[in-house]
Design a protein around this ligand. Structure first.
Ligand SMILES: CC/C=C\C/C=C\C/C=C\C/C=C\C/C=C\C/C=C\CCCCC(=O)SCCNC(=O)CCNC(=O)[C@H](O)C(C)(C)COP(=O)(O)OP(=O)(O)OC[C@H]1O[C@@H](n2cnc3c(N)ncnc32)[C@H](O)[C@@H]1OP(=O)(O)O
Ligand SMILES: Cc1cc2nc3c(=O)[nH]c(=O)nc-3n(C[C@H](O)[C@H](O)[C@H](O)COP(=O)(O)OP(=O)(O)OC[C@H]3O[C@@H](n4cnc5c(N)ncnc54)[C@H](O)[C@@H]3O)c2cc1C
Length: 673
């Protein structure tokens, strides 16, 4: 197709946008990557993998059958492992140990297996379970085989009947001291394992969470390594029933599966025994803390924050570039159509999402640091910080996944009709991102875990106990909100969050207490207050994210121009969330109605100030066109031509008149002749 003046205009629009950049893009790229070296390394790896023709798709996955889609992604996932294992240079680039996991979970890895990686659970949950839950001997026995891909595993916890309520799992693992084996059994239909990724057809092993019985007593859910398929034939073993659960909203090549056991025997030593053991005679040795068995989930919740961050980065890059080339309507009658990014309402959709990317980035880095510190101290026998880590990982997983999923949907809407096209890639990004709201702990449930910690801490503070860092603000202290009334600095706005959340927690704690005092049992009172409790948790984690965002920008080693744009984004994040939730701030007295008017005006100023940098900001995410995989978001802005090229590839367009016309439509249309 000939290039039209419209196409040239689009490309010129992006060029002009880039020319007005007020900051150093490369500084932001390296800040997000974690340093200059990391940026170089990432680009090199992307070059190696993206130039490999094995990773090309012959056709869009949407045009393939369910089985072919699965085969196509499995082919690429296996090629990724083989390439990694065979190439020392790649190993050095990515890092030998955690490398393949990092690679698969990176923007590159997720884009290469875009329909859902059938091996994802092997890397993100099976291997981390062995490392986190297994003894050194067990790690030695399984990890080498798992790294090389000789065995492929998944994490089988959720059942048809129970996902959230872990203690309600029904699968049993009963110890038989006469043979030194556990007998795994699924006693009911609801005890069928249901959902684990890769379980349907890919994995031959799994870490299975089952109720451990020994000497007639149940000791709760524990992790077991269970072989599911024959290592030679890949056929499911006797006593093991396996399959795939059918099409889902997205990630359809993850072959989420079902599994039931009929008195299936495994050796005693397949209980992962780092934290608790069953001795040969059936004696149960308790862990230092029951919740250590849930450690893999804590790890994955932190990992999910990084994944949702990358998904939002991709979506907002597409929406921003498209908004800079798309021209629609008239701002001033008779004038040429403006770029839709000129409309303030469009800026309001997009710019806060660019800010959100940074907010999640800084908060996730902080939680990752906490994860490493706490797992280090757990290793040394100190479990004091486990509740703090659990709360932060639940909270940030919930905040990042809901912000990202809602943000991706806003990006889709901001692209009008074309955002609904598969070739925009926004539908796929959405279906992948929204899954994270549910998996690894449904978000409402995660919020209520955060709220438990807040209420517990609030009560402990009133009894004079010292609180951990993230909740230390709940310690009673003299009211100091007056300074806020006249000072709306960044620090004052973060402080306003502190006052608002303290107030909310105080209110709901009093309501809970009042209901208990009037005779309601605590659990019912809790349920009766749970909407308000979940709200407290959300504001608490937003406050945490605001704090991390602000301190991250203050500490960043960048030029003043770059810090300037980051500060404007941080300010926008603060103002956006305060205005959007003004009731919380007004009710607590943290801010006044007049402050809100001032902030509303500032919001408009911030949108206008950030608008010229919008395209350069998303450019600084440095996402390769192949990783973006979007007709609307490509670097050169040649959107309409790409859309046309994609449409021409539709199988329906291979013939002018489709066969179905002769079979169905023609007989109907000609029936009256
Ligand atoms: C992601 C990318 C990064 C790298 C990836 C690399 C490679 C992969 C390639 C690609 C991936 C890329 C993209 C993603 C693509 C695919 C998808 C990938 C992964 C998806 C995996 C999804 C897997 C799953 O979903 S597994 C199943 C998860 N299930 C859950 O999360 C269940 C939720 N429920 C619970 O956790 C608990 O039951 C509960 C927390 C709700 C309550 O527990 P329980 O009932 O036992 O206890 P309570 O009595 O209520 O509480 C007792 C006290 O214990 C505290 N508690 C609870 N849990 C913990 C914990 N874990 N740690 C510490 N403390 C805990 C609780 O708070 C109570 O405390 P209190 O003091 O008594 O109040
Ligand atoms: C794409 C995908 C991949 C997955 N991968 C895996 C995997 O690899 N391995 C695995 O084991 N599992 C996996 N899962 C399962 C997932 O972990 C569960 O679906 C999730 O933990 C939610 O549990 P549930 O489905 O039982 O929901 P439910 O708990 O039944 O939730 C239904 C509703 O009830 C509410 N609710 C439940 N309990 C409470 C409560 N205590 N208080 C208030 N509200 C409550 C929830 O908020 C929700 O609105 C996956 C799920 C998906 C969608």
């Amino acid at each position: 197709m000939a290039k039209t003046s419209e196409n040239h205009q689009c490309m010129d629009d992006l060029k002009a946008e880039r020319e007005r950049c007020s900051f150093n893009k490369h500084e932001i790229t390296t800040l997000l990557d974690g340093g200059e070296d990391k940026t170089k390394q990432r680009r090199k790896i992307e070059k190696v993998f993206l130039s490999d023709p094995e990773f090309l798709d012959a056709t869009r996955p949407e045009y393939l059958s369910h089985e072919d889609r699965y085969a196509n992604e499995l082919r690429k996932a296996c090629h990724m492992i083989r390439k990694f294992n065979e190439d020392e240079e790649i190993q050095q680039l990515v890092g030998q140990m955690d490398g393949i996991r990092t690679l698969m979970g990176s923007g590159l890895g997720v884009a290469l297996t875009k329909d859902g990686n059938p091996l994802a659970l092997h890397f993100i949950m099976f291997m981390p379970s062995i490392m986190g839950q297994g003894t050194v001997e067990q790690q030695g026995e399984w990890m080498g085989r798992a790294w090389s891909g000789e065995i492929i595993g998944t994490y089988a916890q959720t059942e048809l009947g129970h996902g959230t309520f872990l203690r309600g799992l029904e699968t049993t693992a009963t110890y038989d001291p006469s043979t030194e084996e556990f007998v795994l059994h699924s006693p009911t239909i609801t005890s069928t394992k249901w959902w684990p990724g890769g379980l349907g057809k890919t994995a031959n092993y799994a870490v299975v969470m089952a109720q451990l019985y020994t000497r007639g007593r149940c000791h709760g859910p524990h992790p077991f390594i269970v072989q599911l398929r024959d290592e030679e034939t890949h056929q499911s073993l006797p006593g093991v029933t396996l399959g795939e659960i059918g099409p889902r909203l997205g990630m359809n090549t993850n072959d989420n599966g079902f599994l039931c056991f009929s008195h299936h025997r495994i050796p005693r030593t397949h209980l992962l025994m780092k934290h608790s053991q069953v001795l040969q005679d059936g004696t149960y040795v308790r862990p230092a803390n029951d919740k250590l068995a849930y450690g893999t989930m804590v790890f994955v919740r932190v990992a999910i924050c990084f994944d949702t961050y990358r998904q939002l980065q991709r979506a907002v890059t597409i929406a921003t570039r498209y908004s800079a080339i798309r021209r629609q309507s008239e701002l001033v009658p008779g004038q040429p159509e403006p770029q839709i990014l000129e409309y303030q309402t469009q800026q309001y959709k997009i710019l806060p999402l660019i800010a959100t990317v940074f907010g999640i980035h800084f908060a996730a880095q902080s939680v990752w640091q906490t994860y490493n510190d706490v797992t280090g101290s757990i290793h040394d026998g100190n479990l004091d910080l486990l509740p703090e880590l659990h709360t932060l990982s639940c909270g940030l997983k919930a905040l990042s996944s809901s912000d990202a999923a809602n943000g991706v949907e806003t990006c889709r809407l901001s692209c009008g009709g074309h955002g609904y096209l598969a070739s925009s890639n926004l539908p796929r990004i959405y279906t992948t991102t929204t899954a994270a709201i549910t998996y690894e702990g449904e978000n409402t449930v995660m919020w209520l875990q955060v709220a438990r910690y807040l209420i517990k801490s609030f009560r402990e503070a009133r009894q004079g106990h010292r609180l951990h860092h993230s909740v230390s603000y709940l310690t009673p202290r003299p009211a100091s909100t007056h300074a806020l009334q006249t000072n709306l600095s960044n620090a004052a706005l973060v402080e306003a969050f502190r006052v608002a959340v303290s107030h909310l927690v105080g209110e709901v704690a009093a309501r809970l207490q009042g209901q208990c005092d009037s005779g309601m049992v605590f659990e019912h009172a809790w349920n009766a207050c749970s909407v308000q409790l979940a709200r407290c948790a959300q504001v608490h984690i937003r406050y945490f994210t605001c704090e991390e965002f602000l301190s991250g920008v203050e500490k960043a080693e960048v030029s003043e121009a770059t810090r300037g744009v980051l500060m404007r984004l941080c300010r926008l994040y603060l103002v956006f969330h305060i205005i959007g939730n003004q009731g919380d701030f007004l009710r607590s007295g943290a801010l006044t109605p007049s402050d809100m008017t001032t902030l509303e005006e500032e919001l408009a100023t911030l949108l206008a100030a950030l608008r010229p940098d919008a395209v350069s900001l998303v450019d600084s995410f440095d996402i390769h066109d192949r990783i973006l995989d979007s007709t609307l978001g490509c670097w050169d802005g040649n959107v309409y031509e790409r859309m046309f090229e994609e449409a021409k590839k539709s199988p329906l367009n291979q013939k002018d008149v489709p066969d179905a016309y002769y079979k169905y439509l023609r007989p109907l249309m000609k029936a009256s002749l």
